[in-house]
Ligand binder design. Structure first.
Ligand SMILES: NC(=O)c1ccc[n+]([C@@H]2O[C@H](COP(=O)([O-])OP(=O)(O)OC[C@H]3O[C@@H](n4cnc5c(N)ncnc54)[C@H](OP(=O)(O)O)[C@@H]3O)[C@@H](O)[C@H]2O)c1
Length: 259
């Protein structure tokens, strides 16, 4: 286990058997559900499209130990607590929560498309905070847990035009994770912030970049990183770890073209 992982190895390795994943109806959430099911874990899956979750649950039932699903819109912040409590009850507890639901709607600010930017922040930051509240209440009560926040490389630096609100929402999410890490250091509640680079899913359909990773490899890298339980991981590490470091310092004319 690398330094910094699970509090620099203070705790013995554990398998997180019971995992809640939000935004599991497509893309990375669905991919992670498939990967954890193949590892025989119990899964609690949430998203707005219940029909997709039900189809996925049927697919995973032979491999996963258990699969529970619930319809959840994370912008309905009061409903998040209900959803997590319901999934936890069905699984017989929760060891890990992956805050993954998110969207990438956005438009240049001040061009008459405020609704898209506001929805992005409400989902990716306010909705994520509601999930973090619900997960942390469970973890504090039981005294342990692994909270995983799916942020983005775009959290590293404010991005222009249609990405501005998205990158701000993800920066806010990363900062929430950092604050919790400072608060929970040395306790059995572990917080991991994941910064994916471009991985092929619906969120970036139509984006043309040589930096795109295919869904399968991207999801495999994500799950490997999550299982290691680091404080923070860029995924896939190549090329995103060095790029994330460079993004902080590159001149604007260069950084704006990178992501
Ligand atoms: N793919 C990438 O390159 C990339 C890079 C960096 C970060 N990310 C992050 O990875 C996460 C997953 O995205 P993805 O790439 O897998 O895109 P995706 O295929 O579009 O999946 C997004 C998921 O979020 C769910 N979701 C959206 N709004 C929701 C809401 N209000 N309530 C509940 N669920 C909601 C969607 O389900 P429903 O529509 O059924 O609700 C869907 O399952 C997002 O947080 C995204 O920002 C992705």
């Amino acid at each position: 286990m690398a330094l910094g992982d699970r509090g620099a190895g203070r705790f013995p390795p554990v398998t997180r058997e019971k995992i809640i994943i939000t935004g599991a109806s497509s893309g990375l959430g669905e991919g992670m559900a498939r990967e954890f099911a193949a590892r025989g874990r119990s899964l609690g899956l949430a998203a707005r499209r219940l029909d997709k979750l039900e189809d996925l649950a049927a697919d995973l039932s032979a491999q996963a130990k258990a699969v529970a699903v619930t319809r959840l819109d994370v912008t309905d912040t009061d409903d998040v607590t209900r959803a997590f409590a319901e999934l936890s009850a069905e699984l017989g507890g929760v060891d890990r929560v992956i805050v993954n639901a998110g969207l990438g709607k956005g438009a240049p600010i001040g061009t008459g498309n405020a609704a898209a930017n506001i929805e992005t922040v409400q989902t990716n930051l306010v909705g994520a905070l509601a999930q973090i509240e619900a997960a942390m209440a469970i973890f504090r009560a039981q005294g342990y847990g692994h909270l995983v926040l799916i942020s983005s490389i775009s959290a590293v630096r404010g991005l222009p035009k249609a990405q501005a609100a998205y990158s701000a929402s993800k920066a806010g999410l990363s900062t929430l994770g950092q604050g919790l890490q400072a608060e929970l250091a040395g306790t059995p509640i572990v917080v991991t912030v994941i910064l994916p680079g471009y991985i092929e899913t619906d969120i970036n359909r139509g984006v043309k970049t040589k930096l795109m990773t295919d869904t399968r490899s991207g999801v495999a890298a994500l799950v490997k990183a999550i299982e290691r339980e680091p404080r923070r991981a860029e995924v896939p590490a190549w090329p995103w770890k060095p790029l994330a470091a460079a993004l902080r310092f590159l001149p604007e004319a260069v950084s704006a073209k990178l992501v």
